[in-house]
Ligand binder design. Structure first.
Ligand SMILES: C[S@@+](CC[C@H](N)C(=O)[O-])C[C@H]1O[C@@H](n2cnc3c(N)ncnc32)[C@H](O)[C@@H]1O
Length: 345
């Protein structure tokens, strides 16, 4: 008979072996609209009704729904020997398109881009280079070639990235008192979801989102930011063009796309643009100093390895970049999922 330790080992092994399918089950249920249907429905639904309304095969839908129950994405009650399904709190909060803190579009990005690219993780490690193909890239420095190949894909990427800030934005933006910064520039700010969170915490502030012209064009069409008059957009290349004047520059999940030299170049440029007393706020995954975790950070480090030439960093690695650019009084706070690092000129 296996010992308790062996049983633990086997349990962990089993979880890891099937881990890739856990994500895929969640992605498929999202894509098929299971969580949307159940969010809209005021009652629990049978697998036959769900299959019929979503236009899928019934026995296969039933198995997918049961797997979602196992993953605690759905709950099931039995009535007259039939399973009736409803969303769990997790699904209602995050997995339907209309969920208050939807992660639907980020799931779509993981499913459409990261999942197929992860097929080449072994090659990425063997060859030491990113695996996303840039055949459709329109600019030499366009790292997300396949993502940015069409306007629709680019817009989807921006929306996908924005999803995270509905969950973590408020926590990170309130890690420090930023009320002294009234004029803010979100460098590489995508579709402006983080800017919106900033304004809701600091209502007197204005935020300019500085991003590639193609991204800005798409973002302006989305309601997320355009409805906020305190949010404006400026298209440009943060390596080539001057960055807008601001008291505070935000760099959220932008440094992780680049190697150390390029990050130093960008931070130095921001330092030069910064007024005395101004600051830079970096929001990124922070890896533990001993590099043993957190697991979510180690996984994101794999994602950026597959897609970009960047990496996730430790607090001391961020400090070194800030110091090299000239920033002082560096403070860091770790949140639930990301960290915030503030530096001053
Ligand atoms: C990983 S995304 C992060 C987006 C956003 N800050 C967030 O956290 O959701 C990196 C952003 O940097 C922008 N970016 C990349 N290269 C750029 C450049 N050379 N000039 C301006 N923006 C750039 C991308 O378009 C993208 O919106």
């Amino acid at each position: 008979m296996a010992s308790a330790e062996e049983n633990e080992i086997i349990k962990t092994l089993c979880q890891h072996q099937y881990g890739f399918l856990i994500s895929k089950i969640m992605f498929s249920a999202c894509e098929l609209g299971v969580f949307d249907l159940l969010l809209e429905s005021k009652e629990l639904l049978s697998s036959a009704v769900i299959a019929e309304r979503l236009g899928t095969s019934h026995p296969e839908m039933q198995r997918l729904l049961e797997a979602c129950v196992g993953l605690k994405l759905l709950r099931m009650e039995r009535k007259d020997n039939e399973g009736l399904f409803g969303n769990t709190d997790l699904a209602s909060l995050c997995l339907a398109k209309s969920s208050p803190r939807t992660q639907y579009y980020f799931m779509k990005f993981l499913s459409d881009i990261v999942y197929p690219t992860s097929q080449y993780l072994t090659d990425a490690v063997r060859e030491g280079k990113r695996q996303i193909q840039s055949a459709h890239a329109t600019a030499a420095n366009d790292l997300f070639g396949a993502v940015y190949s069409t306007e629709e894909r680019l817009q989807r990427f921006s929306i996908a990235m924005g999803d995270a800030w509905c969950l973590y934005g408020q926590e990170l933006l309130s890690a420090f008192d930023l009320s002294c910064f009234q004029v803010v520039c979100d460098v590489g700010g995508g579709n402006g979801t983080l800017a919106k969170e900033y304004i809701s915490l600091y209502p007197k502030a204005t935020v300019t989102i500085f991003d590639l012209p193609k991204v800005v064009e798409g973002a302006k069409k989305q309601s997320v930011a355009s409805e906020e008059c305190q949010i404006s957009f400026q298209g440009g290349d943060f390596f080539k063009d001057p960055v807008p004047e601001a008291d505070l520059y935000i760099l959220a999940r932008t440094l992780h796309d680049w190697d150390d030299d390029t990050c130093e170049q960008l931070l130095t440029k921001i330092y030069k643009a910064c007024k005395p007393g101004g600051g830079v706020l970096v929001l990124e995954t922070v890896i533990n100093e001993d590099r043993t975790g957190p697991l979510v950070g180690q996984i994101r480090s794999i994602i950026v390895m597959l897609l970009t030439e960047g990496k996730e960093r430790t607090e001391s690695e961020f400090n070194a970049l800030f110091n090299a650019a000239g920033f002082k009084e560096i403070q860091s706070k770790k949140g639930n999922n990301y960290g915030a690092i503030l530096g001053r000129k």
